[in-house]
Design a protein around this ligand. Structure first.
Ligand code: ZN
Length: 283
């Protein structure tokens, strides 16, 4: 299944791709939140669609999309998880996954504007594969980890490099600004993805390719990450793990390249769809 949410910010309704059409499934009576995933919502929705899908209203293509998951409990990010990106960042390959958080208030729809934070001069892009957790994961093994995955999303882990690296302390300051986590268009369930470690991911700025990688180059793969993170914290239904970015971020160019007002960032992952953000300056 491909799930999405649409409508104005804060008033999104649930939708799903059904027989190649976008349909509204408000009548199912649930949003895609922690309870939905915890109570086997994906399977229940799939059964419900068999009898009700054909009668659901179609969603207009012009509708704004929201993030496909409603207010996840947390966004856990993995740093330096592609060799080529670690090299361009002049950092050693990590021996264990580097984890950091991104505030959930940074979440926006896939095609919402990127708002440059106040005083920002070094806002950068990072196309990433995001994993959505389907059930509570505490001390799970790598072998059983995939049972805890609800699906996958496209994510742009926007990063303010000065806030992240020059303002001391943890990376979280440069990762959590409002609009820094466009997620979607879809939550795609694992049955639609033949091999999550064979997906091309790419990003362009103003039509020029900056990142063109493949999840086959992940240092730490999805089952390992779910298991690893669950040794330190419980992952709850709806939580998001963003798995890291391949080479080609603005910081890696010589000289570095950062976003400015008017830029257009386009990105995609094979099988998960595409998104586009217009860069705005209001502060
Ligand atoms: Zn990242």
């Amino acid at each position: 299944m491909k799930l999405f949410r649409f409508g104005q910010p804060g008033a999104e309704k649930p939708g799903v791709i059904y027989q190649d059409k976008k349909i509204e499934v408000s009548r199912f009576g649930e949003d895609y939140d922690e309870d939905f995933f915890a109570q086997d919502g994906l399977n229940r929705l799939q059964s419900w669609l068999q009898t009700h899908g054909a009668g659901c209203p179609e969603v207009n293509e012009q509708e704004r999309l929201g993030p496909p998951v409603y207010r996840p409990g947390k966004i856990v990010c993995v740093g330096l998880n592609y060799k080529d990106h670690a090299a361009e960042s002049n950092m050693d390959l990590p021996k264990e996954p580097i984890l950091f958080f991104k505030a959930t208030s940074s979440l926006v729809g896939p095609n919402d504007d990127l708002i440059l934070p106040k005083g920002s001069e070094k806002t950068d892009w990072e196309v990433e594969l995001a994993v959505v957790i389907g059930k509570k994961a505490t001390y799970v093994s790598e072998a059983e980890a995939m049972q805890y995955v609800a699906g996958y999303c496209l994510h742009n882990d926007y990063s303010e490099r000065a806030f992240q690296l020059e303002r001391s302390g943890q990376w979280v300051k440069g990762k959590s600004c409002d609009t820094f986590a466009p997620l979607g268009p879809y939550l795609v369930t694992p049955d639609e993805i033949p091999d999550v470690h064979q997906l091309r991911l790419w990003l362009e700025v103003n039509g020029e390719t900056k990142q063109d990688g493949n999840t086959s180059n992940l240092i730490f793969r999805v089952p390992y990450l779910v298991s690893y993170i669950s040794q330190f914290m419980s992952l709850l239904p709806g939580d998001i793990i963003s798995t890291g970015t391949p080479a080609g971020v603005g910081l890696g160019f010589k000289p570095p390249q950062f976003l400015k007002e008017g830029d257009v960032v386009s990105l995609g992952i094979e099988g998960l769809g595409e998104s586009q953000q217009h860069v705005k300056k209001i502060f």
